[in-house]
Design a protein around this ligand. Sequence first.
Ligand SMILES: [Ca+2]
Length: 158
Amino acid sequence: MRSHPLTTPQPLHLFVHPGLCAVSSAAGRHYHVVHELKTMSEAQRHCRENYKDLVTIRDLEDLETLKTLKRPRAWIGLYHYLDNWRWSLPNTSYYKPGETEFRRWSSGQPNNYLNKEHCTLMQNTNGLWNDVMCEKSFFPACFDVRVLYLLLVKSKLR
Ligand SMILES: [Ca+2]
C-alpha cells in the first residue's frame, strides 16, 4: 500500500478539560472558564500559561458565544491602564480595525468606584460588564485560538 504524506494518521486532540468550555467552531475560538478563584493578575497568568490569554471580546459574535457558556461571573481580559481600557491580549493581527473598541458595559458602568476599579468582570446573567477591583477573586475566562487542519484521504487507489 502506498502511503501519502497527507494520509499519515495524526492524533486528533479533542480537549477534555475540567473547566466549562464553549466552542465557536466557525472561527476556531475556544472559551474556557476555569473553576478556580483568582485575582485578575493570577487569572491572566493562568490563562497565558494554559491557553492563549484572558478572553478578548471583539464583537457581538464573541459575546454571544461566551454567553452560551453556562458560567459564573468571570474575569475577561479588559483592564484600565493609563487612562485607557485595553485588552490583555496585545493589539496584534488578531484584531481587525475597531475590534479592540468593542464594549458591553452594564448600565452605569464603568463607574471606577472609589477610584479603585480597573479590571472587568462579566456578569453571569446577561453577559454585561462591570469594572471591579483587580484584587477581588473570580473565575478566569480564558480563550484559545486553534487552527483546524483538514485531513484529505484518498479513497481510491489506482
Ligand atoms: Ca463598577
